[in-house]
Design a binder for this molecule. Structure first.
Ligand code: MN
Length: 282
């Protein structure tokens, strides 16, 4: 008899045996426009029964590896600091146990909690950030903790030259000016992605994927859709290079499943999650 617990596709190892830990953070407490990313992790898990464990892209099968699905964190909604603390504690434990993680959002602010833990263990970590938005605001309506300030908050931890942004096509003028001096920002698409990968091969790396980097024509299930994004194929080509890096942690965020009644945004998030899990296995 099997336990009646819904896990992501073939993530059925016990924690002790797992190389990689998947978990969800169903938080959308600072979402500025359309909420709903709190439903992302459960939608991705549910959808995963519709896809294969085998990836023809990398010729690996999920069943060949030990993935543990830790479920979703049980969050005190409305207490952003406490949520970030919980993410930090959870990810620090995974890192201390010699494992790596894939965190499913949820809104993008959750990245900050994970990066806080990663920086403590790997002070020289670099960040690769795919997004439509700069996320470099100093504050949003006076709040310094927001899904639109998250990369600025990460910069406060890691400093200049450590953040590599791709696909960016929206933000305030001062954010782009800030990026010129402090981050490696690539506008609109993934040009330069392979070169960045080559430069960062020896470094510990955190990968954060805001799915709204995709064009809304292929991914409309998100809170702040932004025209002019990349195609699914372009994103997949980038993801398939991740095995070249030493990824210590990553996240996939901003799926808001109910804005896409066709379900294809969730299916896309699900497929990308499978590929990222397979890419970061050793
Ligand atoms: Mn975004």
């Amino acid at each position: 008899m099997l336990k009646n617990i819904q896990t992501f596709l073939a993530c059925e190892a016990e924690y002790e045996d797992a190389e990689i830990v998947l978990f969800g953070v169903p938080f959308d407490g600072t979402t500025s426009f359309r909420p709903g990313t709190r439903f992302g992790p459960s939608a991705i898990r549910n959808e995963s029964f519709g896809i294969e464990t085998y990836s023809p892209y990398c010729d690996k099968d999920m069943t060949e590896y030990d993935f543990f699905d830790g479920g979703d964190l049980d969050l005190p909604f409305g207490n952003t600091e406490r949520v970030l603390d919980m993410i930090q504690e959870y990810t620090a434990q995974i890192l201390n146990d010699g494992k790596r993680f894939v965190m499913l959002g949820g809104e993008h602010l959750i990245t900050l909690g994970a990066v806080r833990a990663v920086v403590e263990r790997y002070p020289d970590v670099h960040i690769i950030h795919l997004d439509a938005h700069t996320d470099l605001r100093t504050d949003y309506l006076g709040e310094t903790l927001s899904h639109s300030t998250v990369i600025k908050q990460v910069w406060n931890l890691v400093g200049d030259g450590r953040i590599h942004q791709f696909g960016i096509r929206s933000g305030e003028k001062y954010e782009f000016a800030f990026a010129k001096n402090h981050t490696n920002l690539h506008k609109y698409d993934l040009k330069g992605f392979s070169e960045t990968i080559n430069q960062l091969k020896d470094k510990p790396l955190y990968f954060t994927l805001d799915l709204d980097v995709l064009d809304p024509s292929v991914f409309c299930g998100t809170g702040t859709p932004e025209g002019g994004g990349i195609s699914f194929k372009e994103l997949m080509e980038a993801v398939l290079q991740l095995h070249q890096l030493n990824i210590v942690g990553c996240d996939i965020n901003e799926l808001s499943p109910h804005y896409d009644q066709s379900g294809s945004s969730t299916a896309i998030a699900c497929k990308i999650t499978r590929e990222i899990l397979l890419q970061i296995t050793k």
